[in-house]
Write a protein that binds this ligand. Structure first.
Ligand code: ADP
Ligand code: MG
Length: 329
């Protein structure tokens, strides 16, 4: 309980995309090599995430739905250098509290699956045998069925789907070694396979997710400063007439992030090279010593705080500016 109190609790479930984000993170944490997400009505009626990860032993199924039950942190020290994506142990419980949720799972040691079903906040769900390959499926039906105020806050199917697509694409970009599939009302929307090594194949996969421009005009960037390792693809500053939209995908130590310091460095690099302010378009993978960054700043977990923010800013600025200059020379 003390540990739980030390971890910033937050509103996890704001809209369908927040559910998708948590379920995808759990599937990644479970070492899945394939993750499929099915939606009905942009997730308002159904969100189902299936993975082929390690699964949950049947005796732990009820625990997975209990608040503050995480299998991912053992000690407080772990908090300092956290590497797994989920760590608050509250996502599934929060989602279950506002939906009709079925959790089905099977480990490699079990010869069939088990499943639990809950409707709203509820203790002691029944565990039933079920059919499912090794891995886990979470089915979230009728999100906010018992919280009409939240349900009324939901936007159009189009808007909610945009949010989900965004989260899905970021997760798929962050995990190039996993197959990802997204289906909306029975129609396939995203389908990318894992890629290893091959730079060309990586670029094709990346452009399927981030936009075909990256395959046509992408500039590879690589920087190996001891404080920040940078790799990824940049699009050159657009022609003045071209109306390009800013498109920044940033990953730190494998996790999607949004960070003002880094975004500022990118904008400055682009405007220094172009001689005017212009939209940044990039997919960048950053790596640093996990002890040099706090990721627990915000409960939504995509904000970070660098201990040496100035240094990190300048390294990113120089790395990106140099790659752009080299290409444009
Ligand atoms: P957290 O991810 O922060 O631990 P969650 O509420 O998201 O908390 O999940 C609770 C627990 O359920 C996890 O710690 C994990 O043990 C288990 N779990 C959830 N989803 C999966 C999954 N897809 N595969 C395997 N285990 C899972
Ligand atoms: Mg989680």
């Amino acid at each position: 309980v003390q540990l739980a109190n030390q971890i910033a609790a937050g509103e996890v479930v704001e809209r369908p995309s927040s559910v998708v984000k948590e379920l995808l993170e759990n599937a990644v944490d479970a070492k899945a090599t394939k993750i499929v997400c099915d939606l009905k009505n942009s997730g308002k009626t159904l969100i189902r995430v299936r993975d082929n990860g390690q699964g949950i032993p049947h005796e732990e199924l009820p625990l997975a739905l209990a608040p503050h039950a995480t299998s991912k942190i053992a000690t407080l020290e772990d908090l300092e250098a956290i590497l797994t994506l989920g760590f608050r142990g509250e996502a599934l419980a929060s989602i279950a509290a506002v939906s009709k949720l079925t959790l089905t799972s099977r480990t490699k040691d079990e010869d069939h699956a088990f499943s639990v079903e809950v409707e709203g906040p509820q203790q002691d769900p029944e565990i039933n045998p079920a059919a499912h390959p090794v891995g886990t499926s979470v089915e979230v039906c009728e999100l906010f069925f018992n919280t009409p105020a939240r349900r009324r806050f939901l936007r159009s199917d189009r808007t909610e789907f945009m949010h989900i697509r965004e989260i899905f694409v970021r997760t798929a970009l962050a995990n190039p070694d996993i197959d990802f599939e997204l289906n909306l009302d029975g129609k396939n929307v995203v389908n990318v396979k894992a890629v290893m090594g091959d730079e060309k194949k990586r670029l094709v996969r990346l452009s399927k997710l981030a936009g075909s421009d990256f395959n046509r005009n992408g500039i590879f960037v690589r920087g190996e400063d001891p404080c920040l390792n940078v790799s990824g693809v940049l699009l050159p500053p657009p022609d003045v007439e071209e109306s390009a939209v800013e498109n920044i995908f940033l990953f730190l130590n494998g996790r999607p992030i949004a960070d003002k310091v880094l975004t500022h460095a990118l904008k400055q690099a682009y405007s220094e090279v172009a001689g005017r302010s212009c939209p940044v378009r990039c997919v960048l993978y950053l790596n640093c010593d996990p002890h040099e960054v706090d990721i627990n700043v915000h409960p939504r977990k995509d904000e970070v705080r660098f201990h040496e923010a100035r240094l990190v800013h300048d390294v990113l600025l120089e790395t990106v500016a140099n790659s752009l200059r080299k290409e444009l020379r």
